[in-house]
Design a protein around this ligand. Sequence first.
Ligand SMILES: Cc1cc2nc3c(=O)[nH]c(=O)nc-3n(C[C@H](O)[C@H](O)[C@H](O)COP(=O)(O)OP(=O)(O)OC[C@H]3O[C@@H](n4cnc5c(N)ncnc54)[C@H](O)[C@@H]3O)c2cc1C
Length: 356
Amino acid sequence: MGEPVSIGRLERFLADWERDNGYQLPPKAEPTGKKVAVIGAGPAGLTVAADLVKLGHQITIFEALHIGGGVLSYGIPEFRLPKAIVNNEVNYVQKLGVELRLGNLVGRIQTIPELLKNGYDAVFIGSGAGLPTFTGCPGENLGGVYSANEFLIRVNLMKAFQFPEYDTPIRIGENVVVIGGGNVAMDCARCSIRLGSKVTLLYRRGREELPARHEEIENAEEESLECRFLAAPVEFYGDSKGWIKSMKCIQMALTEPDAKGRRGVKAVPGSEFMLDVDTVIIAIGQTPNPIIQRTTDGLQSDPKYGTITVNEVGKTSLDGVYAGGDVATGAATVISAMGAGKRAAKAMHEYLTNKQ
Ligand SMILES: Cc1cc2nc3c(=O)[nH]c(=O)nc-3n(C[C@H](O)[C@H](O)[C@H](O)COP(=O)(O)OP(=O)(O)OC[C@H]3O[C@@H](n4cnc5c(N)ncnc54)[C@H](O)[C@@H]3O)c2cc1C
Protein backbone atom coordinates (compact mmCIF):
# COMPACT_ATOMS: atom_id res chain seq x y z
CA MET A 1 0.00 0.00 0.00
CA GLY A 2 2.96 2.35 0.43
CA GLU A 3 6.11 3.03 -1.58
CA PRO A 4 7.42 0.15 -3.73
CA VAL A 5 10.12 -1.94 -2.06
CA SER A 6 13.02 -3.74 -3.68
CA ILE A 7 11.85 -7.31 -3.09
CA GLY A 8 14.85 -8.94 -4.78
CA ARG A 9 17.29 -7.09 -2.48
CA LEU A 10 15.26 -7.99 0.61
CA GLU A 11 15.23 -11.65 -0.40
CA ARG A 12 18.95 -11.49 -0.99
CA PHE A 13 19.52 -10.00 2.45
CA LEU A 14 17.51 -12.78 4.10
CA ALA A 15 19.33 -15.52 2.20
CA ASP A 16 22.76 -13.96 2.95
CA TRP A 17 21.85 -13.59 6.62
CA GLU A 18 20.70 -17.19 6.88
CA ARG A 19 23.85 -18.44 5.19
CA ASP A 20 26.10 -16.41 7.49
CA ASN A 21 24.22 -17.20 10.68
CA GLY A 22 23.49 -20.88 10.15
CA TYR A 23 20.18 -22.64 9.67
CA GLN A 24 18.37 -25.67 10.98
CA LEU A 25 17.32 -28.34 8.53
CA PRO A 26 13.52 -28.56 8.24
CA PRO A 27 11.74 -31.65 9.61
CA LYS A 28 11.24 -34.60 7.23
CA ALA A 29 8.20 -36.85 6.89
CA GLU A 30 8.48 -40.60 7.59
CA PRO A 31 9.98 -42.55 4.63
CA THR A 32 7.30 -43.47 2.07
CA GLY A 33 9.39 -46.13 0.31
CA LYS A 34 8.88 -44.34 -3.00
CA LYS A 35 11.85 -43.52 -5.26
CA VAL A 36 12.08 -40.57 -7.63
CA ALA A 37 14.70 -39.86 -10.32
CA VAL A 38 15.31 -36.18 -11.06
CA ILE A 39 17.15 -35.35 -14.30
CA GLY A 40 19.28 -32.22 -14.04
CA ALA A 41 20.60 -30.36 -10.99
CA GLY A 42 19.55 -26.88 -12.13
CA PRO A 43 17.04 -24.67 -10.28
CA ALA A 44 14.04 -26.79 -11.42
CA GLY A 45 15.57 -30.16 -10.48
CA LEU A 46 17.00 -28.96 -7.15
CA THR A 47 13.62 -27.48 -6.15
CA VAL A 48 11.68 -30.66 -6.96
CA ALA A 49 14.28 -32.78 -5.15
CA ALA A 50 14.24 -30.61 -2.01
CA ASP A 51 10.43 -30.53 -1.80
CA LEU A 52 9.98 -34.27 -2.40
CA VAL A 53 12.72 -35.43 -0.01
CA LYS A 54 11.06 -33.41 2.79
CA LEU A 55 7.86 -35.32 2.08
CA GLY A 56 9.64 -38.63 2.79
CA HIS A 57 10.48 -39.82 -0.74
CA GLN A 58 13.90 -41.14 -1.73
CA ILE A 59 15.41 -38.85 -4.37
CA THR A 60 18.33 -39.28 -6.75
CA ILE A 61 19.40 -36.45 -9.06
CA PHE A 62 21.17 -37.50 -12.26
CA GLU A 63 23.33 -34.62 -13.51
CA ALA A 64 25.29 -34.68 -16.77
CA LEU A 65 28.01 -32.25 -15.63
CA HIS A 66 30.62 -32.73 -12.92
CA ILE A 67 28.93 -30.16 -10.67
CA GLY A 68 25.37 -29.23 -9.75
CA GLY A 69 23.64 -25.86 -10.16
CA GLY A 70 22.79 -25.94 -13.90
CA VAL A 71 23.14 -22.60 -15.66
CA LEU A 72 23.84 -20.94 -12.29
CA SER A 73 27.14 -22.86 -12.23
CA TYR A 74 28.10 -23.09 -15.89
CA GLY A 75 26.50 -20.00 -17.46
CA ILE A 76 26.02 -17.04 -15.14
CA PRO A 77 29.41 -15.45 -14.43
CA GLU A 78 30.97 -15.25 -10.98
CA PHE A 79 30.73 -11.43 -10.89
CA ARG A 80 26.92 -11.69 -11.11
CA LEU A 81 26.35 -14.79 -9.00
CA PRO A 82 29.24 -16.04 -6.85
CA LYS A 83 29.69 -19.82 -7.19
CA ALA A 84 29.97 -20.10 -3.39
CA ILE A 85 26.27 -19.20 -3.16
CA VAL A 86 25.29 -21.81 -5.76
CA ASN A 87 27.45 -24.48 -4.07
CA ASN A 88 25.79 -23.66 -0.80
CA GLU A 89 22.33 -24.28 -2.31
CA VAL A 90 23.44 -27.58 -3.87
CA ASN A 91 24.99 -28.68 -0.53
CA TYR A 92 21.78 -27.77 1.28
CA VAL A 93 19.74 -30.08 -0.98
CA GLN A 94 22.26 -32.88 -0.37
CA LYS A 95 22.11 -32.28 3.40
CA LEU A 96 18.35 -32.82 3.17
CA GLY A 97 19.20 -36.36 2.04
CA VAL A 98 19.07 -36.08 -1.76
CA GLU A 99 21.62 -38.23 -3.61
CA LEU A 100 23.43 -36.34 -6.39
CA ARG A 101 24.94 -38.51 -9.15
CA LEU A 102 27.27 -36.35 -11.23
CA GLY A 103 28.64 -37.05 -14.71
CA ASN A 104 25.46 -38.98 -15.49
CA LEU A 105 23.87 -38.13 -18.85
CA VAL A 106 20.36 -39.57 -18.95
CA GLY A 107 19.63 -40.82 -22.45
CA ARG A 108 23.16 -42.25 -22.73
CA ILE A 109 23.94 -43.99 -19.45
CA GLN A 110 20.34 -44.97 -18.84
CA THR A 111 17.04 -43.91 -20.36
CA ILE A 112 13.81 -42.85 -18.65
CA PRO A 113 12.06 -46.17 -19.48
CA GLU A 114 15.07 -47.95 -17.88
CA LEU A 115 14.88 -45.78 -14.75
CA LEU A 116 11.17 -46.60 -14.41
CA LYS A 117 11.85 -50.30 -14.97
CA ASN A 118 14.69 -50.30 -12.43
CA GLY A 119 12.70 -49.25 -9.39
CA TYR A 120 11.98 -45.54 -9.75
CA ASP A 121 8.31 -44.72 -9.16
CA ALA A 122 8.41 -41.35 -10.93
CA VAL A 123 10.77 -39.15 -12.95
CA PHE A 124 11.14 -35.37 -13.14
CA ILE A 125 12.89 -33.91 -16.20
CA GLY A 126 14.63 -30.61 -15.44
CA SER A 127 17.27 -30.79 -18.14
CA GLY A 128 17.07 -27.13 -19.19
CA ALA A 129 17.64 -25.57 -22.60
CA GLY A 130 21.34 -25.97 -23.28
CA LEU A 131 21.41 -26.47 -27.04
CA PRO A 132 22.71 -23.33 -28.76
CA THR A 133 21.03 -21.78 -31.80
CA PHE A 134 23.33 -20.72 -34.64
CA THR A 135 23.01 -18.02 -37.31
CA GLY A 136 23.41 -20.35 -40.29
CA CYS A 137 25.68 -17.78 -41.99
CA PRO A 138 28.61 -19.13 -44.08
CA GLY A 139 31.88 -19.33 -42.15
CA GLU A 140 30.25 -19.98 -38.80
CA ASN A 141 32.45 -23.05 -38.27
CA LEU A 142 35.70 -21.04 -38.33
CA GLY A 143 37.99 -21.15 -35.32
CA GLY A 144 37.30 -18.30 -32.90
CA VAL A 145 33.52 -18.39 -33.46
CA TYR A 146 31.91 -19.62 -30.25
CA SER A 147 28.36 -20.34 -29.19
CA ALA A 148 27.53 -18.45 -26.00
CA ASN A 149 27.25 -21.81 -24.20
CA GLU A 150 30.72 -22.94 -25.18
CA PHE A 151 32.24 -19.56 -24.37
CA LEU A 152 30.56 -19.28 -20.95
CA ILE A 153 31.30 -22.91 -20.05
CA ARG A 154 34.97 -22.44 -20.90
CA VAL A 155 35.23 -19.19 -18.97
CA ASN A 156 32.95 -19.80 -15.98
CA LEU A 157 32.89 -23.51 -15.42
CA MET A 158 36.31 -24.56 -16.66
CA LYS A 159 38.02 -21.33 -15.52
CA ALA A 160 39.74 -20.69 -18.86
CA PHE A 161 40.66 -17.21 -17.62
CA GLN A 162 43.16 -18.95 -15.34
CA PHE A 163 44.73 -21.07 -18.11
CA PRO A 164 47.30 -22.78 -17.87
CA GLU A 165 46.67 -23.17 -14.13
CA TYR A 166 43.36 -24.72 -15.27
CA ASP A 167 43.36 -27.07 -18.30
CA THR A 168 40.82 -25.38 -20.58
CA PRO A 169 42.02 -22.55 -22.83
CA ILE A 170 40.01 -19.78 -24.45
CA ARG A 171 41.14 -17.98 -27.60
CA ILE A 172 39.99 -14.42 -27.25
CA GLY A 173 41.36 -11.60 -29.37
CA GLU A 174 41.41 -7.82 -29.26
CA ASN A 175 38.13 -7.30 -31.13
CA VAL A 176 35.15 -9.34 -30.01
CA VAL A 177 31.71 -9.23 -31.59
CA VAL A 178 28.80 -10.64 -29.57
CA ILE A 179 25.71 -11.36 -31.67
CA GLY A 180 22.39 -11.12 -29.78
CA GLY A 181 20.67 -8.84 -27.31
CA GLY A 182 19.51 -10.89 -24.31
CA ASN A 183 20.98 -11.43 -20.85
CA VAL A 184 23.15 -14.24 -22.20
CA ALA A 185 24.67 -11.84 -24.76
CA MET A 186 25.33 -9.30 -21.97
CA ASP A 187 27.08 -11.97 -19.86
CA CYS A 188 29.28 -12.95 -22.83
CA ALA A 189 30.09 -9.29 -23.51
CA ARG A 190 30.92 -8.51 -19.89
CA CYS A 191 33.13 -11.63 -19.57
CA SER A 192 34.99 -10.64 -22.76
CA ILE A 193 35.54 -7.11 -21.43
CA ARG A 194 37.01 -8.63 -18.25
CA LEU A 195 39.31 -10.76 -20.43
CA GLY A 196 40.69 -7.49 -21.87
CA SER A 197 38.90 -7.25 -25.24
CA LYS A 198 37.13 -4.42 -27.03
CA VAL A 199 33.57 -5.67 -27.37
CA THR A 200 30.85 -4.75 -29.86
CA LEU A 201 27.31 -6.03 -29.51
CA LEU A 202 25.55 -6.65 -32.82
CA TYR A 203 21.78 -6.68 -32.44
CA ARG A 204 19.35 -6.89 -35.35
CA ARG A 205 16.65 -4.74 -33.74
CA GLY A 206 16.88 -1.32 -32.01
CA ARG A 207 17.81 -0.32 -28.44
CA GLU A 208 14.14 -0.21 -27.47
CA GLU A 209 13.72 -3.85 -28.43
CA LEU A 210 16.78 -5.18 -26.53
CA PRO A 211 15.44 -8.13 -24.48
CA ALA A 212 18.20 -7.95 -21.82
CA ARG A 213 17.34 -6.40 -18.45
CA HIS A 214 17.96 -2.63 -18.34
CA GLU A 215 20.32 -3.06 -15.41
CA GLU A 216 22.47 -5.48 -17.44
CA ILE A 217 22.62 -3.16 -20.45
CA GLU A 218 23.56 -0.15 -18.31
CA ASN A 219 26.25 -2.14 -16.50
CA ALA A 220 27.69 -3.44 -19.77
CA GLU A 221 27.77 0.03 -21.35
CA GLU A 222 29.42 1.50 -18.23
CA GLU A 223 32.06 -1.19 -18.64
CA SER A 224 32.72 0.03 -22.24
CA LEU A 225 30.42 -2.17 -24.36
CA GLU A 226 29.67 -0.63 -27.76
CA CYS A 227 26.35 -1.48 -29.36
CA ARG A 228 25.56 -1.61 -33.07
CA PHE A 229 21.81 -1.74 -33.38
CA LEU A 230 19.81 -2.77 -36.45
CA ALA A 231 22.68 -4.85 -37.78
CA ALA A 232 22.95 -8.58 -38.53
CA PRO A 233 25.74 -10.94 -39.65
CA VAL A 234 25.89 -12.11 -43.28
CA GLU A 235 29.17 -14.06 -43.58
CA PHE A 236 32.33 -14.81 -41.58
CA TYR A 237 35.81 -14.85 -43.18
CA GLY A 238 38.92 -16.61 -41.93
CA ASP A 239 42.70 -16.46 -42.37
CA SER A 240 44.75 -19.20 -44.06
CA LYS A 241 44.79 -21.21 -40.80
CA GLY A 242 41.00 -21.20 -40.46
CA TRP A 243 40.64 -18.57 -37.73
CA ILE A 244 38.06 -15.81 -38.02
CA LYS A 245 39.46 -12.44 -39.09
CA SER A 246 36.52 -10.40 -40.40
CA MET A 247 32.78 -10.51 -40.93
CA LYS A 248 30.27 -9.00 -43.32
CA CYS A 249 27.18 -7.46 -41.74
CA ILE A 250 24.08 -5.78 -43.07
CA GLN A 251 21.97 -2.92 -41.82
CA MET A 252 18.40 -3.88 -40.81
CA ALA A 253 15.17 -1.86 -40.66
CA LEU A 254 12.19 -2.42 -38.37
CA THR A 255 8.88 -3.33 -39.99
CA GLU A 256 5.42 -2.29 -38.78
CA PRO A 257 4.24 -4.08 -35.58
CA ASP A 258 2.37 -7.38 -36.10
CA ALA A 259 -0.91 -8.37 -34.36
CA LYS A 260 1.04 -9.04 -31.12
CA GLY A 261 2.70 -5.62 -31.34
CA ARG A 262 6.12 -7.12 -32.12
CA ARG A 263 8.08 -5.43 -34.88
CA GLY A 264 9.89 -7.59 -37.40
CA VAL A 265 13.11 -6.72 -39.21
CA LYS A 266 14.22 -6.74 -42.82
CA ALA A 267 17.61 -6.25 -44.40
CA VAL A 268 18.31 -2.92 -46.14
CA PRO A 269 19.55 -3.85 -49.64
CA GLY A 270 23.05 -2.63 -50.46
CA SER A 271 23.86 -1.65 -46.83
CA GLU A 272 26.52 -4.33 -46.20
CA PHE A 273 29.58 -3.35 -44.16
CA MET A 274 32.69 -5.14 -42.88
CA LEU A 275 34.06 -5.53 -39.35
CA ASP A 276 37.55 -6.72 -38.38
CA VAL A 277 37.12 -9.29 -35.65
CA ASP A 278 39.23 -11.83 -33.73
CA THR A 279 36.46 -13.57 -31.81
CA VAL A 280 32.71 -13.92 -32.43
CA ILE A 281 30.26 -15.13 -29.78
CA ILE A 282 26.79 -16.16 -30.94
CA ALA A 283 24.16 -15.57 -28.27
CA ILE A 284 20.87 -15.77 -30.16
CA GLY A 285 19.04 -18.34 -28.05
CA GLN A 286 18.99 -21.90 -26.78
CA THR A 287 16.58 -24.82 -27.07
CA PRO A 288 16.34 -28.08 -25.10
CA ASN A 289 18.84 -30.80 -25.96
CA PRO A 290 16.76 -33.51 -27.71
CA ILE A 291 18.54 -36.55 -26.21
CA ILE A 292 15.80 -37.30 -23.66
CA GLN A 293 12.95 -36.81 -26.11
CA ARG A 294 14.70 -39.11 -28.63
CA THR A 295 15.23 -41.90 -26.11
CA THR A 296 11.78 -41.82 -24.48
CA ASP A 297 8.99 -43.30 -26.60
CA GLY A 298 5.66 -41.52 -26.23
CA LEU A 299 7.10 -38.37 -24.59
CA GLN A 300 5.40 -35.51 -26.40
CA SER A 301 7.35 -32.40 -27.31
CA ASP A 302 6.91 -29.33 -29.46
CA PRO A 303 8.09 -30.24 -32.99
CA LYS A 304 9.42 -26.71 -33.63
CA TYR A 305 11.04 -25.70 -30.32
CA GLY A 306 11.77 -29.14 -28.84
CA THR A 307 10.22 -28.22 -25.49
CA ILE A 308 8.57 -31.07 -23.57
CA THR A 309 4.78 -30.74 -23.50
CA VAL A 310 3.38 -30.50 -19.95
CA ASN A 311 0.11 -29.54 -18.28
CA GLU A 312 -0.15 -26.78 -15.63
CA VAL A 313 1.42 -28.98 -12.92
CA GLY A 314 4.21 -30.33 -15.11
CA LYS A 315 2.71 -33.71 -16.05
CA THR A 316 3.99 -34.98 -19.41
CA SER A 317 2.26 -37.34 -21.83
CA LEU A 318 3.72 -40.31 -19.89
CA ASP A 319 2.36 -41.69 -16.62
CA GLY A 320 4.66 -40.80 -13.69
CA VAL A 321 6.90 -38.54 -15.80
CA TYR A 322 6.91 -34.81 -15.03
CA ALA A 323 8.97 -31.94 -16.45
CA GLY A 324 9.54 -28.26 -15.73
CA GLY A 325 11.85 -25.30 -16.10
CA ASP A 326 13.53 -24.32 -19.38
CA VAL A 327 13.01 -27.81 -20.89
CA ALA A 328 9.26 -27.17 -20.83
CA THR A 329 9.06 -23.40 -21.35
CA GLY A 330 12.15 -22.73 -23.46
CA ALA A 331 14.88 -20.44 -22.08
CA ALA A 332 13.26 -18.42 -19.27
CA THR A 333 14.26 -17.45 -15.72
CA VAL A 334 15.53 -19.05 -12.51
CA ILE A 335 12.41 -18.16 -10.59
CA SER A 336 10.07 -19.58 -13.24
CA ALA A 337 12.09 -22.84 -13.22
CA MET A 338 11.84 -23.00 -9.41
CA GLY A 339 8.10 -22.25 -9.57
CA ALA A 340 7.62 -25.10 -12.04
CA GLY A 341 9.61 -27.34 -9.68
CA LYS A 342 7.33 -26.46 -6.75
CA ARG A 343 4.14 -27.16 -8.72
CA ALA A 344 5.52 -30.43 -10.09
CA ALA A 345 6.68 -31.60 -6.63
CA LYS A 346 3.15 -31.12 -5.26
CA ALA A 347 1.60 -33.04 -8.16
CA MET A 348 4.23 -35.80 -7.96
CA HIS A 349 3.64 -36.23 -4.24
CA GLU A 350 -0.06 -36.74 -4.95
CA TYR A 351 0.80 -39.22 -7.72
CA LEU A 352 3.21 -41.16 -5.47
CA THR A 353 0.78 -41.19 -2.56
CA ASN A 354 -1.93 -42.76 -4.74
CA LYS A 355 0.45 -45.18 -6.50
CA GLN A 356 0.26 -48.80 -5.32
C1 LIG B 1 24.23 -16.90 -19.47
C2 LIG B 1 22.86 -16.95 -18.83
C3 LIG B 1 22.49 -15.93 -17.98
C4 LIG B 1 21.24 -15.97 -17.35
N1 LIG B 1 20.91 -14.97 -16.48
C5 LIG B 1 19.74 -15.07 -15.80
C6 LIG B 1 19.40 -14.10 -14.81
O1 LIG B 1 20.14 -13.15 -14.58
N2 LIG B 1 18.23 -14.25 -14.13
C7 LIG B 1 17.40 -15.30 -14.37
O2 LIG B 1 16.37 -15.42 -13.70
N3 LIG B 1 17.68 -16.21 -15.32
C8 LIG B 1 18.83 -16.13 -16.03
N4 LIG B 1 19.13 -17.07 -16.98
C9 LIG B 1 18.16 -18.17 -17.23
C10 LIG B 1 18.21 -19.22 -16.12
O3 LIG B 1 19.54 -19.51 -15.79
C11 LIG B 1 17.46 -20.47 -16.56
O4 LIG B 1 16.14 -20.09 -16.91
C12 LIG B 1 17.41 -21.51 -15.44
O5 LIG B 1 18.71 -21.89 -15.04
C13 LIG B 1 16.62 -22.74 -15.90
O6 LIG B 1 16.69 -23.72 -14.91
P1 LIG B 1 16.50 -25.26 -15.26
O7 LIG B 1 16.65 -26.00 -13.98
O8 LIG B 1 15.27 -25.43 -16.06
O9 LIG B 1 17.70 -25.63 -16.26
P2 LIG B 1 19.30 -25.48 -16.16
O10 LIG B 1 19.73 -24.43 -15.23
O11 LIG B 1 19.74 -25.42 -17.58
O12 LIG B 1 19.76 -26.88 -15.56
C14 LIG B 1 19.59 -28.08 -16.29
C15 LIG B 1 20.60 -29.08 -15.80
O13 LIG B 1 20.30 -30.34 -16.41
C16 LIG B 1 21.51 -30.96 -16.83
N5 LIG B 1 21.17 -31.88 -17.92
C17 LIG B 1 20.78 -31.57 -19.18
N6 LIG B 1 20.51 -32.67 -19.88
C18 LIG B 1 20.73 -33.73 -19.04
C19 LIG B 1 20.64 -35.14 -19.19
N7 LIG B 1 20.25 -35.69 -20.33
N8 LIG B 1 20.97 -35.91 -18.12
C20 LIG B 1 21.38 -35.36 -16.95
N9 LIG B 1 21.49 -34.03 -16.76
C21 LIG B 1 21.15 -33.22 -17.79
C22 LIG B 1 22.39 -29.80 -17.26
O14 LIG B 1 23.76 -30.15 -17.22
C23 LIG B 1 22.03 -28.75 -16.19
O15 LIG B 1 22.87 -28.87 -15.06
C24 LIG B 1 20.36 -17.05 -17.63
C25 LIG B 1 20.72 -18.05 -18.53
C26 LIG B 1 21.97 -18.03 -19.14
C27 LIG B 1 22.35 -19.13 -20.09
